[in-house]
Design a protein around this ligand. Structure first.
Ligand SMILES: Cc1cc2nc3c(=O)[nH]c(=O)nc-3n(C[C@H](O)[C@H](O)[C@H](O)COP(=O)(O)O)c2cc1C
Length: 192
């Protein structure tokens, strides 16, 4: 029986993006964790165009939007796997996050930054700290960087530094679970 629902959000819709493989690996590690329910949300599969109205302003609200909002609302936290684009976050991810507000509130976000360079990933993680704060969420202090993704990952599994990558991802899940449990308990406690 799972007590935590922690979806994985992919940050990009770029054709042939490498982050999807990393997200699949992260998802597989999450599926093996007791008490955790997870699934992957790919913004390419979601019906969000550039923001014209936020989800609660849409009338009528498309059923796919309503279904996505319901899933995010019942989530206890999120694990974002995203590439760094021009030192920031991909427009697709920002757009997706901007469409919702309430479902992100007082919930933890764990971050995985992906890049093909030697120093990338850190800057998208830093940019997301600010964005998540804007959404009323909190970021888990630990973050994972997958650098040189072309060399480190083949499809959905690490082929270089595999043990290190797996350990890091497992630790990140553990941290996310800790914050998700703490904040879930606090959200359900009587307001004072
Ligand atoms: C529009 C764009 C901007 C990028 N900017 C950066 C960057 O600022 N820093 C970086 O390390 N890599 C950057 N990259 C390269 C990505 O790290 C590389 O594409 C990697 O595979 C992860 O992105 P992906 O999931 O789209 O494949 C950029 C790629 C694109 C398409």
């Amino acid at each position: 029986l799972s007590d935590l629902y922690l979806p994985v959000l992919l940050g990009t819709v770029r054709q042939g993006n490498r982050s999807h493989g990393v997200a699949d690996f992260v998802l597989a590690r999450g599926r093996g964790r007791p008490g955790v329910e997870t699934r992957l949300f790919d913004p390419a599969m979601l019906p969000f165009g550039n923001l014209v109205q936020r989800e609660w302003e849409m009338d009528p609200r498309p059923p796919e939007v309503a279904a996505f909002v319901t899933e995010m609302a019942r989530a206890d936290g999120f694990l974002i796997v995203t590439p760094e684009y021009n030192r920031g976050l991909p427009g697709a991810l920002k757009n997706l996050l901007d469409h919702l507000y309430e479902p992100w509130n007082r919930k933890p976000f764990a971050l995985v930054g992906v890049s093909n360079g030697p120093v990338g990933g850190a800057r998208v993680v830093m940019a997301l700290h600010d964005v998540v704060m804007g959404l009323g969420g909190v970021t888990v202090p630990l973050a994972i960087l997958v650098r040189e993704v072309d060399e480190v990952f083949e499809g959905d599994h690490p082929v270089k530094d595999a043990e290190k990558t797996q350990k890091g991802v497992d630790k990140l899940w553990g941290e996310l679970e800790w914050y998700a449990r703490a904040l879930k308990a606090a959200r359900s406690a009587p307001a004072r």
